[in-house]
Write a protein that binds this ligand. Structure first.
Ligand code: DAS
Length: 356
């Protein structure tokens, strides 16, 4: 078909204009980096009905991004595969590696927000560790999924879209590390996995900070505990985490675990007690001995909600024990490890458990 030189010039000009408009539109979008670690959000099942039977940590970050083209309309996204593991198998060293990468990226001018895709089993622990140790106001969002992408009504795609949307939002800055699951925006400090199979598994006893719907954030509260820029801890100054283990309380509990932990030279024992952090009377002497031998004793509770009250179920002042406030044992362990990089003074540790 003949095209006049004038028309060809017009068409070339129009194409140039369109290209530069597109480039400008892309430039206006936030730059979000996705750090992938594995989990169900990267999982794959044998068939669409396998919503609970599948292999976690199979799909690479580039495939996750390619499978969600809608991301390119809300952010300039690039991915890094930090690990490819189910989160129950993450180690303290993995935590340090991830947090240091998040910290380094947060300092880059060409990074506006960071998303971490993560297994749901220990997502709450990683999110808390990051909020305690990464000094940035930029949005950091941890996200997972309860069903693999191959399953009917998979939740990973929308959770990831929400995470990138929040990570690219200016109004998500300064709120601490966030978790976007099932339309909620939760505080990385407060959120826990409370159901082992439902897409509504994650919740915070103090409620979500807000919701994200179709790429818009609706905020209803802000965190009051210290985090990120207000934290006295800095991942760039932490190169090892001290050993801290958890001993649960239950009917008939023996002192075997506590004695073994104490003998191992552990730095702190988190006691996940019954009720308000109660300790069976027959194992109090074992905890007292562990304390005398140098271990910090921190009373948490196996009860999901509420908070342990100091000197209520146990004379904490007299025993020189610390209480974990509202932190569940797994979260108390994260804060204890971070705090012990700075102090083993029990009065200082108790202040830290009140403030973080
Ligand atoms: N095993 C779980 C994990 O990696 C799978 C998941 O729910 O993400 O945490």
């Amino acid at each position: 078909m003949y095209l006049s030189p004038r028309f060809r010039a017009f068409a070339a000009g129009a194409a140039l204009l369109a290209a530069s408009a597109l480039a400008q539109a892309q430039q206006a979008l936030p730059n979000v980096v996705i750090l992938a670690t594995g989990g169900t959000i990267a999982g794959a099942g044998a068939s669409a009905v396998n919503s609970a039977t599948y292999a976690a940590a199979k799909v690479g970050v580039d495939k996750l991004i390619a499978g969600l083209p809608e991301l390119s309309k809300i952010a300039n996204v690039r991915g890094e595969q930090v690990f490819q593991v189910a989160s129950e198998s993450l180690t303290n060293d993995n935590l340090l590696t991830l947090a240091k990468r998040v910290s380094a990226l947060s300092k880059q001018a060409d990074v506006d927000g960071i998303v971490i895709t993560h297994g749901t089993d220990t997502l709450e622990e990683t999110a808390y560790f990051l909020t305690l140790t990464v000094r940035t106001n930029k949005p950091i969002v941890v996200v997972g999924s309860m069903r693999p992408g191959t399953a009917l009504s998979a939740d990973g795609a929308l959770n990831l879209y929400d995470a990138v949307s929040v990570a690219g939002s200016k109004d998500a800055a300064g709120k601490g590390v966030l978790v976007t699951m099932n339309d909620n925006i939760d505080s990385g400090r407060d959120v826990s996995k409370n159901v082992n199979v439902k897409t509504s598994a994650f919740s915070s006893q103090w409620g979500p900070l807000g919701m994200v719907v179709e790429g818009k954030n609706y905020w209803f509260r802000a965190p009051v505990k210290r985090h990120t820029m207000a934290s006295e801890f800095d991942i760039d100054a932490i190169n090892a985490l001290p050993p801290v283990e958890i001993a649960m309380g239950y009917e008939g509990v023996s002192s075997i675990a506590i004695d073994a932990f104490a003998k191992s030279g552990i730095k702190a024992i988190i006691h996940g007690g019954t009720g308000n952090g109660s300790v069976a009377n027959r194992i109090v002497p074992n905890l007292q001995k562990a304390r005398t031998d140098g271990a910090i004793i921190i009373r948490s509770s196996r009860v999901a909600d509420g908070f342990v009250i100091r000197n209520a179920e146990q004379p904490d002042d007299k025993y020189d024990w610390v209480v974990a406030h509202d932190l569940r044992p797994q979260k108390a362990r994260i804060l204890a490890m971070v705090a012990l990089t700075k102090t083993s003074d029990t009065k200082e540790l108790q202040r830290i458990f009140w403030e973080y």
